[in-house]
Design a protein around this ligand. Structure first.
Ligand SMILES: CCCCCCCCCC(=O)SCCNC(=O)CCNC(=O)[C@H](O)C(C)(C)COP(=O)(O)OP(=O)(O)OC[C@H]1O[C@@H](n2cnc3c(N)ncnc32)[C@H](O)[C@@H]1OP(=O)(O)O
Length: 240
């Protein structure tokens, strides 16, 4: 088992709480719902990789200004900046990687390029008490749909990613069961928008999230969305 998982372990390192798995011998229950048992000490050390939600030179002034506003909000502990990597680590309840983990070339769809600014530049902040998340999203040239505007599928992707992050943050491992979008106004390619997500209600395994995508200056509503996320045993999604 160990020889199989070592190559994967070098690449991935994420849990949604932002805590890295640098101490495999620790026995604890992660807030994400991914449970580590004492057998986790058999796992190789997992090394942190790049946090793609850190600012880079492609970020616009608008993106940076909003980022700094939200960083300010993290200072009293009410909001938390969630890190973002290009793989998602899933362990079973015994602390081992699940059998059907994607091959090592797999990348999170929204983090699949090293070319800064070309696709999805985004960062997510979350407030657990208020059950809210805010995504700051700057669209890159490779996300074009209608000339000069962002593709509707790319908008759905980033709304799914940010609202799904909120659902994961409050409910643990989830899958998107439904995602409904109303496109109100096109998003200019290259612009920065704010993605505001609110957990509307949670009923047992079901988390309902409402989302609004607005312009960086809050003057225009671009998209509205409702989504249902269903909590699943983390082993299920990869069982054929
Ligand atoms: C770094 C972190 C990043 C996090 C962000 C990630 C965002 C991206 C997330 C994704 O893209 S996930 C990929 C896209 N989604 C899928 O491929 C999911 C495919 N569907 C499934 O796997 C299953 O249908 C699902 C897990 C959603 C539910 O199957 P289950 O067998 O586990 O549950 P079940 O069918 O019993 O439904 C549980 C409850 O949800 C309800 N439900 C399920 N699907 C529904 C639906 N579509 N609409 C309304 N209700 C639904 C269902 O009625 C039931 O309600 P009750 O408990 O009240 O009876």
């Amino acid at each position: 088992m160990l020889s199989k998982i070592q190559p994967i372990a070098r690449v991935i390192c994420q849990n949604i709480t932002g805590r890295f798995i640098h101490n495999p011998s620790a026995r604890r229950t992660m807030k994400s719902g991914i449970r580590f048992s004492k057998t986790a000490k058999e796992l190789p050390k997992v090394v942190a990789s790049k946090d793609y939600s850190e600012p880079n030179s492609s970020w616009s002034q608008e993106m940076m200004k909003l980022y700094e506003q939200y960083i300010e909000k993290t200072k009293d502990g009410s909001w938390k900046k969630l890190p973002s990597y290009n793989r998602f680590l899933v362990l079973n309840e015994d602390g081992h990687f699940i059998d059907k983990f994607p091959p090592s070339k797999a990348r999170l769809f929204t983090r699949n390029t090293e070319e800064e600014g070309s696709m999805f530049e985004y960062v997510v902040f979350a407030n657990k008490v208020e059950k809210k998340a805010v995504g700051l999203f700057q669209s890159g040239d490779l996300l074009e749909g209608p000339s000069g505007f962002v593709h509707g599928g790319a908008i759905a992707t980033i709304v799914d990613a940010v609202s799904g992050t909120l659902a994961t943050y409050v409910a643990g491992f989830v899958m998107t069961a439904s995602l409904n979008l109303d496109y109100k106004n096109p998003i200019p390619l290259g612009s920065t928008v704010i993605i505001e997500c609110q957990l509307e209600k949670k009923e047992e395994r079901k988390s309902y999230v409402n989302t609004r995508v607005i312009s960086h200056d809050c003057t225009k509503l671009h998209t509205e969305s409702t989504a249902l996320f269903v909590s699943v045993n983390q082993k299920n999604p990869y069982q054929g």
